[in-house]
Design a protein around this ligand. Sequence first.
Ligand code: ATP
Ligand code: MG
Ligand code: MG
Ligand code: MG
Length: 562
Amino acid sequence: MRTSQYLLSTQKETPAEAEIVSHQLMLRAGMIRKLASGLYTWLPTGLKVLNKVAAIVREEMDRAGGVEVLMPVVQPADLWEESGRWDEYGPELLRVKDRHKRDFVLGPTHEEVITSLVRNEINSYKQLPVNLYQVQTKFRDEVRPRFGVMRGREFTMKDAYSFHLTDDCLGSTYQKMYDAYTRMFERMGLEFRAVIADSGAIGGSVSHEFHVLADSGEDAIAFSSGGNFAANVEMAAVPAPAPQQPSGTASSFVSNAGGVEAVCESEGIAHDRAVKLVVVSTEDDQGEKGHAVLVLRRDHTLNQVKAEKLDNVALPLQIASDDAAAEILGMPLNFVNPLDCPLPVIVDHSAAALADFVCGGGEVNSVQINANWPQAITSVDIRNAQAGDPSPDGDGELTIKRGIEVGHIFQLGDKYSKAMNCGVLNESGKHETLTMGCYGIGVSRIVAAAIEQNHDKFGVIWPDPIAPFKVALIPMNMHKSQRIKDAAEAIYAQLTELGIEVLFDDRKERPGVMFNDMELIGIPHSIVVGERNLDNQQVEYKNRRSGEKQLLDVEAVAAFVQ
Ligand code: ATP
Ligand code: MG
Ligand code: MG
Ligand code: MG
């Protein structure tokens, strides 16, 4: 590619609206432009990186047995009513009507569409298991779109959905996806961690997130130095690798799945066995906004969480606004339909605080961890974990780092297949409901996350496998020297012939301008063609990451950068 024919669109000034370095550099390097809040145009350089990321994702999905499909962005509301998420999903779901006043949504995720496809296409156990994936635009009306494409409203996701007859089979595909994700991020040259995660609004039981480590990450992740424990710090119930009996007093590790029993002096509401307390924002028919306190109880037999509203509990927090509440809770409140949806907004920070809530502010005498209810302790709460804490698996100390969630895999079970009647005939000819997994990757978010990890004060430093170009070819004063022009053209032709992606800076610009632009864009290898070195049939090579320079014979350039 020649810069004279390209849309380089680099800019010198750091845009005021960009808070984090990847957003600043994506704007300055001419990768993206904002159209409206959370909506971005991908310029050629950005699109090249996006396509490289998507290509690695596709290759590893195919290698792991995935089969690519493409589903519509616009989805009929009926499917969402069938799954129950039309009411559950909340304001992130953008709803639209067509000219016949029929309801549709812009897909924030595709469980409903794929389940409806599979129930029509697959009817025998012989066609299973199957793992279908797509790379598609998603729309989520994020409450706070920010950091450019890191948290956009429209973004590119790779989402895969697997269907099985048994949970064992699901477990084996889940492991394949876990391994495929590991390979993808390794190939992209990113430093990442897989952690145990909450399954949120998607549902299901087992789930892992993949985080690219970066200080600007919105999540905190904790991992043990022994290496066997890693979880998102928002987790209230992480399966404990080595089940422990918590001590009888309030500690930072509160067992949730095991049950926390609050024993209080005060009269009033007898709410023992509260699993979790949550505060959610509510809105009544008149649009009056308020807050409600809910107790969540986990039903282990059904593996469901049930929510119960506590009418008489006054909030011990003075909540003036959602923002104030969010500040106190350390996370945003954005539920409008609290009673029917999973509620990850947690108030409780300790067993004592939990008991305090349960008793409506009454005096708390003691807090007992009731390990017998409803079953042995199987999980730990790491929401109050601090770096240096002993870890939950009894192996070393906890490290806590910031992470950017770039991937998330779930074992969904029959949440969607049951609601939407998706099954097949088994070997004995009996109808069986399928069990499902789903596997998401934030393809566009990865581009920003990679920059958070790979940059310096001059610009981006791309890992080779996702760089927009492999080589920058910089001729000095080519427009004044035929000899430089001929040499540069020859190198360009040779590299292009070999399939090496070269950005040939043939603009009528000063060398300094060209150097700065190529460094800003972050092209891993530069070849500088100048008069003095040409006297010896040589050019200068510079490595973007190490800064190392060396002279190469003109004939040796191709072999060196290949
Ligand atoms: P987050 O916690 O950041 O809101 P999520 O948990 O809601 O993400 P998932 O439903 O797990 O997201 O979707 C799969 C992947 O899609 C995420 O791991 C993330 O990489 C990406 N993703 C989600 N929301 C956005 C967004 N608004 N912009 C860009 N990528 C996103
Ligand atoms: Mg989200
Ligand atoms: Mg998340
Ligand atoms: Mg997620």
